[in-house]
Design a protein around this ligand. Sequence first.
Ligand code: ADP
Length: 553
Amino acid sequence: MQKRVQIESRKVQTVYAPLATSSLTIHSRATSQSQSQNNTIKVIQKQPKIRNRSLITRHIKQKQIFSQTDTCTNKVLTERNLEIDCSLMEPSTTTSIQQSQLVWQSPYRPHVYTIYFPYPQMLQQTRSQQFLVEQIKKPLYYKLQGQVPFKCILSAFEAAGFERSDEENWLIYWGIASKETLKEMKKYQKTNHFPGCWSVGRKDNLWIHLSKVKRKFPTEYYFIPNTYLLQYDFERFEGVRECAPKKTLWIKKPVASARGNGIKLINKKTKLTADKRYLVMDYISNPHLINNFKYDLRVYVLITSIDPLRVYMYKDGLVRFATQEYSLKSSDIKKRFIHLTNFSVNKQSPNFIANNQDMEQQVKASKWSHKEYKQQLIAQVLKTCIAAEPLLLDRNGKTSEHKNNYFELFGFDILIDETLKPWLLEVNVSPSLNSASELDAQIKTQLISDMLHLIGIEYYYKKAFRIQIKKRLFERNINEIQSINSRNFRQKVNQADLDVMIQSLEEQLRLGQFKCLYPNKQNIFEYEQYFEYPRFHNKLIQKYFEDGSNWII
Ligand code: ADP
């Protein structure tokens, strides 16, 4: 096994490290050539090759040996065939062995390592240790755009050994990156917004995209209340309003706003103008109530790739309650604590009950944890993501050179009516990560830690990135897919295609509390019809599932 490390003096030395012994012996083999400036040290460990699955044991052994050794003067690599980019490491003049950290090693591509995010201590939980190996410790940096970061983000980064940086040496950028930053992103860097995400987050855009698919599949896309964009649909809405039964209500909202700002209930008599800043939506006047209170669900949805589409839903979320009992009396339609379930609205209510540790109080609290509704929601979430796919893909394709730079956590707001039918009210980009209570902190800290683990921030080193997968490799003929099978796929599928498939499989091994909605063997065929355009990689993954045999190993 050969290891390469660089030392400050840049002399060549070869180091033999017998693994089964308790000390690391270093033999210097200085040659005339080795005196030159550009040479490296090689650490050669006499150890038989061990297959991937036994790596943990092997690495633990290595660690023991290294910890007993304090004579080595240089940075030593503890993983086989790994070339570290030493420019990312701090220079060392001391003789100590570099510390190691845990990373996740792909069982499909042994040269791919992603950063392991242990759960922050406050969660008192341990993440699965499967596929972990130790790796030489390197500085890991995240960059934050301006704002004061939320505690759950900070603690997830801290637990994984990340530090904040204002330089360009970051692996992950949290915030809204400038166009220049997006353009210059390296393959191994990631940021938490897709370039087109803001369009999906606007209420008017969501309706435009969903209603387009709804026209094609009226019974399938039933789940978003009828919406009228006042700029375009004012007259049509006035016609509908005139014919509606006497006590009908609608809800008027700013097209691009959040936290309940500017939202009002309207009835047949309310004066309206064709104001382009607003839309009107059918009001779901028969919400399911718990203890007579209206509530809605905040569901967290993660997209890690648009082409191919990869969608995950978090198993836990929040149930957010109104703080005044539900009523449809006309004298009550102005009462926001009855009709709106936003946390930011209801925390101002005199009836608001904060979450705390007391379970009796917890039952009455204005936010509940939920897991029960998830089955009903999956279809709704997935259909919404598929409807938004063309929009996201369009912007994404124009912005950066690489395929895996982005991920996005959306907050879906769902209202359940008294027949237990779920309605999608809105998709939030940048859902609040503020931890206003213990319950918030628990759910959001685990959510962020799971998300950062799942997206797979690659542990950068030169060799793995030698083959830069550029976008142009992905322009492929979709008709080729039909003839691909387990016997011929090596000839028909290039490395880039294969990597895309493997990334989907790898993410499935780092799920934490996320559930994979797409691509999913159980539903991938059913959802094919909802895509506006068929995409090569979605189809390829579908073909892989259809074939049933394992092409990868
Ligand atoms: P915001 O982005 O400002 O939070 P939402 O669309 O999420 O706006 O609406 C805020 C709240 O208003 C929701 O959480 C829900 O309680 C209520 N609401 C919104 N739309 C409807 C609707 N169509 N029917 C019933 N209640 C609604």
